[in-house]
Design a protein around this ligand. Structure first.
Ligand code: FPP
Length: 260
């Protein structure tokens, strides 16, 4: 891992990723391999969520973002969707006290208007209860899609233009302020379990310079040791952000002061 000392506009690279984003894939196959119904994999997947939240908090990861339900997951069999909704409700009801005790701040991003009012209310209460916590920020992406996020940001900017009666100055930084996760830095490390190697409409804007790690391990089997492997792989990467290797070496020795 190349350590980049403070610069004006290159994100600081640290040995522990500040922000890890995960697509938790493979629940269904984990269950089917054991001749269990697919939903048993989701229940076991929630245990893995607990393990990884604790493991990230213990390592000093600042932001953990989990893709729990994509905007495309509504296409699944009705029984599976309603099971996932019940699991979400029970997680919100049962886990919040523990998250709060551990200083974890919970955020939920996505188009929540599609969820039943009870879920919306539980999300609102959980976010309010944990809002002032200063430990790990755990974001659950629910009915989230990267294209939805870019579109909703674009609509907000268009509305600002209408309100002002003039075109507004928009650059990458001001655009990103309208994204659902404007409160977090872009992910340093993206992990996808379950063997597939695609982004599946996750954080499309924010993953531009993220390091990717794919593993065949199914999500219910993803544990502390697996997380260590992912972070070890991340540490071996050289994050150049468009620059050359030589520039980064000189910069880390404070020989050069690079401008944007
Ligand atoms: C993908 O595996 C997993 C999901 C669509 C749901 C993820 C849900 C959990 C991990 C449990 C609940 C979590 C929270 C935060 C409440 P898949 O079903 O697509 O697996 P497959 O590819 O093997 O079919």
């Amino acid at each position: 891992m190349t350590y980049i000392s403070s610069t004006v506009c290159t994100p600081t690279v640290t040995d522990v990723p500040r922000h890890i984003a995960i697509i938790m894939d493979g629940n269904g196959r984990w269950a089917q391999r054991r001749r269990l119904p697919r939903v048993a994999g989701h229940t076991k997947g929630l245990d893995a969520v607990r393990t990884i939240v604790e493991a990230c908090a213990a390592r000093g990861v600042e932001f953990l973002t989990l893709f729990a339900f994509s905007s495309e997951n509504w296409r699944r069999p009705v029984d599976e969707v309603s099971f996932l909704m019940r699991l979400f409700i029970s997680a919100l009801e049962r886990e919040i006290a523990r998250l709060h005790t551990n200083g974890i701040r919970l955020r939920v991003v996505g188009d929540l208007s599609m969820f039943e009012p009870r879920i919306q209310e539980l999300v609102r209460r959980a976010q309010a209860k944990t809002a002032a916590n200063t430990g790990l920020t755990l974001t659950i992406a629910a009915n989230y899609g990267g294209r939805w996020d870019i579109l909703q940001a674009t609509r907000k900017i268009a509305q600002q233009c209408v309100d002002a009666g003039a075109m507004q100055n928009v650059d990458e930084a001001s655009f990103a302020q309208h994204l659902a996760m404007a409160y977090a830095p872009e992910p340093d490390l993206f992990i996808r379990t379950g063997g597939e190697q695609r982004v599946s409409n996750f954080l499309l804007w924010q993953l531009a310079y993220t390091e990717f790690y794919f593993t065949d391990v199914f999500w219910p089997d993803f544990n502390d040791a697996q997380l260590s492997k992912a972070i070890a792989s991340y540490r071996e990467r050289e994050r150049r952000f468009g620059r050359t290797s030589a520039q980064l070496t000189r910069q880390s020795q404070n020989v050069d002061s690079l401008s944007c």
